[in-house]
Design a protein around this ligand. Sequence first.
Ligand SMILES: *Cc1c(COP(=O)(O)O)cnc(C)c1O
Length: 392
Amino acid sequence: MIDTVMPTYGVRDIAFDRGEGVYLIDTNGRRFLDCGSGIAVTSVGHAHPHLVQALKAQAEKVWHTSNLYQIPGQFRAAERLTANSFADTVFFCNSGAEALEATIKLIRKYQSHNGHPAKNRIITIQGAFHGRTLATLAAGNNPAHLAGFGTVAPGFDQVPFGNLNALRDAITPETAGIIIEPVQGEGGIRAMDIDYIKGVRAACDEFGILMGVDEVQCGMGRTGKLFAHEWAGVKPDVMALAKGLGGGFPVGACLATEAAAAGMVAGTHGSTFGGNPLASAAVNAVLDIVLAEGFLDDVQRKAKVFRDALEAIAKRHPDKVEQVRGMGLMLGVKTKAVNGKVVAACREQGLLTVPAGDNVVRFLPPLIITDVQIAEAATAFENALAAVAEAA
Ligand SMILES: *Cc1c(COP(=O)(O)O)cnc(C)c1O
């Protein structure tokens, strides 16, 4: 008989009862060091007192009103996100895929609003992941994700990773914009070169098309800057956020410049839940922490500590590790054993990691992780590698 929860996620044989900072405690009382963060979501750890307090306070006032009315917390979150980014305006939604849907719609609308309705195609990059709705599946173009779901939504063209000439060649009179992940997450923690990102910006300017960045996974401080594209010193026209944005509360956002969003007038887009009072309270509480003086500098410092620890392991075990890569606290280890086996072995050692494409084991710890906890994670990972080798 089918599971009452639709079995789209495969085997799940562990359940957590509670979290404390970077630790999760399962229903048997075992503690795990969480270097997955619910896939880059619980960016300030579990049960952070400031987030708990902010949500409790909002829960006692009002949960939901719809976007028929002003939501003061949403306005405040938008002011803070725009004050700290390239953007002038924010649309709030509930997930990463919805943030990408808004991004796709905005890019197309920009062109039609400016008298170019034929410009309605968007270029994406091989290895991308943009979500599981029909449009974002088409954007990601992953055959395994598309199989069996019928006609692929039109309007997307895909080019190889890191090849600027191929990207420029793919731009046609129908191209409306380009969407990149500055650091591909699901694709295997693949960071784009700074020169490539700059080249995307230049191509967009040259051809009058919009530059979109999907920072659903790599944004909100994950790379040690608030947004990953900042490392390249360029400003996109539109950006999708979710995952870490609410620290575990489901919320997404599409940020854009005033010029890019010119066509997004009343009635063009909407969401019942998007940016509701509870979600907005969560976003503001996360921003309180991530924007605090010195927080991101410390993420950069700790990222180096973590990376150095992983590089040292790679050096000690060249037979087991192919490469360490990533940016900030978005780190990937390409293993020689099957990554899923290494992830399972990590779990045996009390360490939670996440598999990614290209046989990579992903480390996405809460940004509040300490040096001592990084050392703990590294030891567990090294033990896990040894255990996999013994089993093989
Ligand atoms: C997770 C992810 C998405 C989709 O987010 P959902 O909240 O699962 O819809 C989109 N883009 C990137 C880069 C992601 O990592």
